[in-house]
Design a protein around this ligand. Structure first.
Ligand SMILES: NC(=O)c1ccc[n+]([C@@H]2O[C@H](COP(=O)([O-])OP(=O)(O)OC[C@H]3O[C@@H](n4cnc5c(N)ncnc54)[C@H](OP(=O)(O)O)[C@@H]3O)[C@@H](O)[C@H]2O)c1
Length: 274
């Protein structure tokens, strides 16, 4: 199976690194990348083929992963207009809708590329991402499995059955790492305010988030059951949670996700205007 990447930056590098450790052959991977230093790094590190511009081999790939910035996509797809046939096209570009990618590919007629859209998040860069995925109706089960194997190289995946749900995915997991970093910052600041030194406050804050997330993943209990288990009546956790409840923290977070999802919808419309 011949797999090409359009764009070889951070996300493509993470995917290629993950794929090479998981049964994909470097000899089957070609990366089209404008930046010569990135091309050299990809070739040296992973042994993949690199090109400065797409050639006939890329046009004939079984899979094409679109990994340029959303604003670069229309121009990057210009050489592909009307040339792809049965290719499985997987976009990891934030916000870009399949209808627009299809239009930019000159996607008409019976023999046209199959499209999958993904929303990965930044922990993918260390193989710990979670990716929301949507496949156009013409993508068959085998093709969905291929897309799944590629994105699973950088973490876990969640399929959605309606493309508009990717706006919710963006609000939760796409932007979510920033909420968690913000939470860590606040926990760290609280540690300093309580007299801890900076290094200890950071270790305690990061370790707590990491440990709680791993426990939530490993446990059969729901997050709310886990929370109740550490909340004794009249205890320290109960005092903290009562304060969070009084400040409307839960609803504030729901409002934040709503704002991110709404902005994702807006950006999708703007990006597809060309
Ligand atoms: N990084 C993340 O954590 C993350 C998370 C979710 C989604 N994504 C999505 O992943 C995509 C890639 O993001 P990234 O962070 O990997 O960006 P990036 O590091 O900037 O990589 C994109 C690369 O594509 C190159 N490029 C631009 N136009 C090209 C063309 N016509 N042909 C070949 N290569 C071209 C760019 O070169 P120049 O720099 O010279 O333009 C750059 O090296 C984006 O659409 C983004 O929305 C990324």
């Amino acid at each position: 199976m011949k797999i090409s990447f359009l764009g070889g930056g951070n996300m493509a590098s993470a995917l290629i690194g993950g794929m090479c450790g998981r049964g994909f052959e470097a000899a089957d991977i070609t990366v089209v990348e404008l930046d010569a230093s990135i091309r050299e790094r990809l070739q040296t590190t992973y042994g993949v083929a690199v090109l400065a511009a797409p050639d006939a081999g890329v046009f004939g790939s079984d899979v094409l992963v679109l990994a340029v910035k959303p604003q670069q996509m229309k121009a990057a797809l210009a050489p592909f207009v009307g040339v792809l046939r049965e290719t499985l096209v997987i976009s990891v570009a934030a916000g870009l809708r399949l209808v627009d990618i299809g239009r930019w590919l000159g996607n008409t007629g019976a023999a046209c590329p199959r499209l999958v859209r993904c929303m990965p998040n930044t922990p993918a860069l260390i193989g710990a991402g979670v990716t929301g995925m949507f496949a156009a109706p013409e993508v068959d089960t085998a093709e969905r499995e291929i897309a799944e194997r590629i994105l699973a190289a950088v973490g876990s995946i969640v399929w959605v059955d309606d493309e508009t749900r990717l706006d919710a995915v963006t609000g939760i997991s796409g932007s979510g790492p920033a909420y968690v970093f913000h939470f860590i910052e606040a926990l760290e600041a609280a540690g300093l305010a309580q007299g801890l030194d900076a290094a200890s406050a950071r270790r305690l804050a990061v370790g707590t988030v990491l440990g709680a997330a791993r426990l939530a993943e490993a446990s059969e209990d729901s997050p709310s059951a886990l929370r109740e288990k550490v909340t004794s009546k009249g205890g320290t956790t109960a005092a903290a949670l009562a304060h969070l409840a009084a400040t409307g923290w839960h609803d504030t977070l729901i409002g934040a996700v709503e704002a991110a999802s709404a902005r994702s919808r807006e950006l999708g419309e703007q990006l597809g205007q060309d």
